[in-house]
Ligand binder design. Structure first.
Ligand code: 5GP
Ligand code: MG
Ligand code: MG
Length: 179
């Protein structure tokens, strides 16, 4: 698995430092509130786990799984809910935890869905942002790292369901895709 990695883009230590910063910011943002923190599966599962440990306000968590139809490295914009939330978002301060925003299609669909379900507020924290990939007008409220338009894996993010367990963010060797 490590042999498939061309380059380590972001180390474990850099990830951990950044997540602590985000947690401190979010703790201030949600002071006196009881946010519902929603993990968008599967990619955000490790980020979610590390992030909530750094947030100091009372909160609740829930999970949602979505998949976009189409090719494996690009979003098609057609989003399917694979697993819906267990709890209602009505009147809740909702924080969506995403792994990465590329085109923005997945997230714009999710935000609209949660607003239609009458969430009180809907904010987004994403660990990674690829602004050059954007096809809809969308900005996260909190962003960990802005990265170039390359396909990254590790720390929850997959290629063909593999590499999620790498503790760092890497770029795959080109030959991995052609196998
Ligand atoms: P969007 O709808 O913003 O184009 O894509 C969002 C989803 O596409 C992410 O949640 C993730 O599942 C996948 N994705 C986009 N860019 C990357 C990337 O560089 N690496 C990986 N592993 N997944 C990505
Ligand atoms: Mg995602
Ligand atoms: Mg994926």
């Amino acid at each position: 698995m490590q042999n498939d990695i061309q380059e380590v883009l972001i180390s474990e230590e850099e990830l951990s430092t950044k997540i602590k910063e985000l947690g401190a910011q979010l703790s201030r943002e949600y002071e006196g509130k009881n946010p519902l923190v929603i993990c968008v599966l599967k990619g955000a599962f490790i980020f979610m786990a590390d992030l909530v440990k750094t947030i100091t306000v009372p909160l609740e968590i829930d999970f949602m799984a979505v998949s976009s139809y189409g090719a494996s490295t690009k979003s098609s914009g057609v989003v399917k809910i694979v697993k819906d939330l267990d709890v209602s978002v009505e009147g809740r301060d909702v924080l969506i935890v995403e792994d990465i925003i590329d085109s923005g299609l997945t997230l714009s669909y999710l935000i609209e869905l949660l607003q239609n379900r009458n969430a009180k507020s809907t904010k987004v924290v994403t660990l990674f942002d690829k602004p050059t990939g954007r096809t809809v007008d969308l900005k996260a409220d909190y962003t960990g790292f802005t990265i170039p338009d390359a396909f990254i894996v590790g720390y929850g993010l997959d290629y063909a369901e593999h590499y999620r367990n790498l503790p760092y963010i890497g770029i795959l060797k080109p030959e991995v895709y052609s196998n």
